[in-house]
Write a protein that binds this ligand. Structure first.
Ligand code: ADP
Ligand code: ADP
Length: 223
């Protein structure tokens, strides 16, 4: 469902990501682990069609992220590692903004937003201003945003970063639920134990190189 083939990204002489290859099967939750600066966001932004590679290829359900970014954007929900600024927007307006961007017909938008709010337990916050939300609520809203166009693939950059243990546990439960709904998920973290107990496979990246990739059991044997 997700394939990265020999992806390299250079900034001048600096090699941020070096010949990275991995695949993620349909229905998997792939944990993408590495310390800060390892190259996770660079790889994720490449897959999300936001960054051009120096070389290499990426595919989402067979569509090239380089040659066919519009097709890829319909297939993925992307959660960046920074929330962005949405001054003056209410929770439902924030989701409506993305629903419009995804060209969801006016008649369906209200129903879809209600469903997404319900799924993420945000219904009671629908009229709150985005900027007033707690960090955990903001992260959940960001996850909600990725679901508006019902994509089969979710690409999530450190969705649990900065959350307290309870909000982290809730985020994990949500991701497991989304997987049970059939989503294929790539989720990054700089903390291995944070992902090890609920992902199906893992890739470990350090200084732009993939050190290991495989099932959780395989990885634990090699470490
Ligand atoms: P991670 O997401 O694992 O923390 P990143 O992919 O953000 O790592 O960054 C990988 C490396 O590439 C880091 O050393 C970072 O400073 C560098 N880098 C990222 N973006 C740029 C850029 N636009 N110009 C120069 N260096 C960059
Ligand atoms: P991350 O949260 O993945 O570590 P950063 O906060 O390092 O990402 O980077 C935020 C933004 O700044 C990204 O768009 C990244 O490409 C860019 N960036 C990161 N490092 C550098 C750098 N050394 N020089 C220029 N831009 C950078």
């Amino acid at each position: 469902m997700i394939e990265v083939r020999n992806f390299t990204k250079r900034y001048g002489d600096f090699v941020a990501v070096d010949d990275l290859s991995f695949t993620i099967g349909e229905g998997e939750i792939f944990g993408f682990i590495g310390p800060n600066g390892a190259g996770k966001s660079t790889t994720i932004r490449f897959l999300a069609t936001l960054l051009r590679p120096s070389s290499g290829e990426g595919y989402i359900a067979g569509h090239s992220v380089v040659d066919d970014p519009m097709a890829v954007r319909k297939l993925i929900g992307f959660m960046p590692d920074d929330f962005g600024v949405y001054d003056g927007m209410k929770v439902w307006e924030f989701l409506d903004f993305f629903a419009v961007a995804y060209k969801i017909p006016r008649g369906s938008r209200k129903k879809i937003i209600a469903e997404v709010l319900e799924l993420l337990d945000l219904t009671h916050k629908r009229d709150d201003y985005v900027n007033g939300l707690s960090k955990g609520m903001k992260q959940r809203l960001c996850l909600a945003k990725t679901l508006v166009h019902d994509p089969p693939v979710l690409i999530l950059d450190e969705p649990a970063s900065g959350l307290d243990p309870r909000a982290r546990a809730e985020m994990k439960a949500l991701l497991s639920e989304l997987r049970s709904m059939g989503k294929t998920i790539l989720v990054s973290s700089h903390i291995l134990p944070e992902l090890a107990d609920f992902v199906t496979s893992i890739g470990i990246i350090e200084r732009g190189k993939l050190l290991a990739a495989g099932s959780v059991q395989e990885i634990q044997r090699t470490l």
